[in-house]
Design a protein around this ligand. Structure first.
Ligand code: FAD
Ligand code: NAI
Length: 464
């Protein structure tokens, strides 16, 4: 196919969307290259996102289990000593191994890595560094970066974004997190566990926008119990840095008197925005929508023939697994197959303690569409969670009142991120709550709470 062009497929960006698209395209026999401006492959997710944050979350959780006396309750008496350099070392090792793994997969699948920043010259021609390459198909997978807070300069010392917050050289005394979303709660949890006082300032009346209402309220209670302070319905209007301290000016979101707050670390985590700067989209005949995203159709085609887009740069949740699935689908579509992603069933997980996860509709959104039945089961009544001293959380199953088809599942549980996969799979197969309720679940497992919540949809759980 590539006779007229250098490549059949050129992917711009080697994050979970781009590297997966490139590997699948090569697996399908297409001559493929992937341009990446970073030193290493893997994008935000492997370098400064999912992977390093989970390395810090895992290590800090173990530290907290020992420091908080939770281990002592199990008969393990230890007084932990924090060695932050080693903790950062294991984070860097995880990143190195996984980004190196993508390099190996590129070689194995014969994907050419073009090192440098890519910019369009026309819809089939791209400049990467000093070279120009042509491709029959170009997939834009340039991801996203931190949304700045107007007037607040990120110096990565006192005022940090998620990348800076992963690398703090010492535990802050007082960390103020601006934004009670996923990053704020995950990275706020890391430093709270390691000894920082953490205050989270959230513009809305509740944390975790987009999550089910019950889940938002319950997780707020759990984080408060763990020691995170919240100021909801509050905006930060100014951050003044002097030396190694910051003074924040806070105002009620709905208007009112301002107050100030001192911090030695401020994390700005108010969302992310698509990366299109410097891509010269106009030369390919493309432009972005009002939210700065590249619009696509169901098959990931942009408005320009031969140019496709996936991942954080297109509309939809900014999640690595969504980007990966789109990567596979776009490559299959380019190869003439039928690549599909069911965007109604993309699970979301917050990797805090306990984990918070959901898939499908929230109860609020489901009720807007029609009549629903809801079943809830508390983790306190789940034998495995109780045995493990993990009483917080619940599972909630939302089903259509007439057809019983499952519309959404939400969990707060130590292993909610793992439990949500069964819910996604059941929903993908069009399951009813009865299908889940009558599926034999191994005992004793946290997943039995999903079964019991499904039983509760029709009012018949056993253990409560
Ligand atoms: P990216 O991963 O952003 O990759 C895009 C790549 O394109 C980058 O490497 C960039 O350098 C490159 N690029 C951009 N422009 C150009 C150009 N012009 N030329 C060449 N290369 C270019 N998601 C989850 O699902 N689970 C998690 O646990 C999770 N944790 C996260 C934690 C943090 C702290 C952050 C910040 C994000 C997290 N995310 C998580 C979100 C996840 O990282 C993104 O959704 C995912 O990386 C998006 O993949 P992508 O391929 O679209 O883009
Ligand atoms: P987010 O969209 O999850 O949360 C941002 C929060 O900041 C919202 O609650 C919003 O109301 C609030 N906010 C916005 N402006 C504000 C202001 N001026 N003052 C106070 N609060 C303000 O964004 P976040 O946490 O930055 O994460 C970005 C993306 O990264 C998310 O879309 C998420 O999908 C992804 N991510 C996913 C993870 C996961 O899957 N576990 C982990 C980390 C990030």
């Amino acid at each position: 196919m590539a006779d007229k062009y250098d490549y059949d497929v050129l992917v711009i960006g080697a994050g979970p969307g781009g590297y997966v698209a490139a590997i699948r395209a090569a697996q399908l026999g297409l001559k493929t290259a992937c341009a990446e401006s970073r030193e290493t492959l893997g994008g935000t997710c492997l370098n400064v996102g999912c992977i390093p944050s989970k390395a810090m979350l895992h290590a800090s959780e173990l530290y907290d289990e020992a420091a908080s006396g939770r281990m002592a309750k199990l008969g393990i008496k230890v007084t932990p000593e924090l060695d932050l350099d080693t903790m950062h070392g294991q984070r860097k090792d995880a990143v190195k191994q996984l980004t190196g793994g993508i390099e190996y997969l590129f070689k194995k699948n014969k994907v050419t890595w073009l090192k440098g920043r890519a910019a369009f010259e026309d819809a089939h021609k791209v400049k990467v560094g000093d070279d120009t390459v042509t491709a029959k198909n170009i997939v834009i997978a340039t991801g996203s970066s931190v949304t700045p807070l107007p007037g607040v300069e990120i110096d990565q010392k006192v005022v940090v974004d998620s990348t800076g917050a992963l690398e703090l050289p010492k535990v802050p005394e007082h960390m103020v997190v601006i934004g009670g979303g996923v990053i704020g709660l995950e990275l706020g949890s890391v430093w709270r566990r390691l000894g920082a006082k953490v205050t989270c300032i959230e513009f809305l009346d509740q944390i975790l926008p987009g999550f089910d209402g019950d889940v938002r309220k319950e997780s707020n209670k759990i984080f408060k119990k763990q020691g995170i302070d919240f100021k909801l319905g509050t905006k930060v209007s100014k951050v003044a840095v002097k030396g190694d301290k910051a003074t924040l000016t806070l105002e009620p979101a709905k208007g009112g008197d301002a107050e100030t707050m001192e911090a030695d670390c401020v994390l700005v985590s108010i969302g992310r925005r698509p990366n299109t700067d410097g891509l010269a989209l106009d030369k390919a005949g493309l432009k972005t929508n009002q939210r700065g995203q590249i619009a696509i159709d169901h098959d990931f085609r942009t408005g320009v023939d031969g140019v496709w887009a996936i991942g954080d740069v297109v509309p939809g949740p900014m999640l690595a697994h969504k980007a990966e699935d789109e990567g596979i689908a776009v490559a299959e579509n380019i190869a003439g197959q039928t690549g599909i992603v069911n965007h109604d069933i993309i699970p979301s997980v917050v990797y805090t303690w306990p984990e918070i996860a959901g898939v499908g509709l929230t109860e609020e959104a489901a009720k807007e569409k029609g009549e629903v039945k809801v079943g809830k089961f508390p983790m306190m009544a789940n034998s495995r969670a109780k045995t493990n001293h993990e009483p917080d959380g619940f599972v909630k199953v939302i089903a259509d009142a007439k057809t019983d088809r499952v519309l959404g599942v939400w969990c707060i549980a130590s292993v909610a991120g793992t439990m949500i996969a069964q819910a996604a799979q059941a929903m993908e197969f069009g399951a009813t709550s009865e299908d889940i309720a009558y599926t034999c679940h191994a005992h004793p497992t946290h997943s039995e709470a999903v079964k019991e919540a499904a039983m509760a949809v029709t009012g018949k759980p056993i253990h409560i």
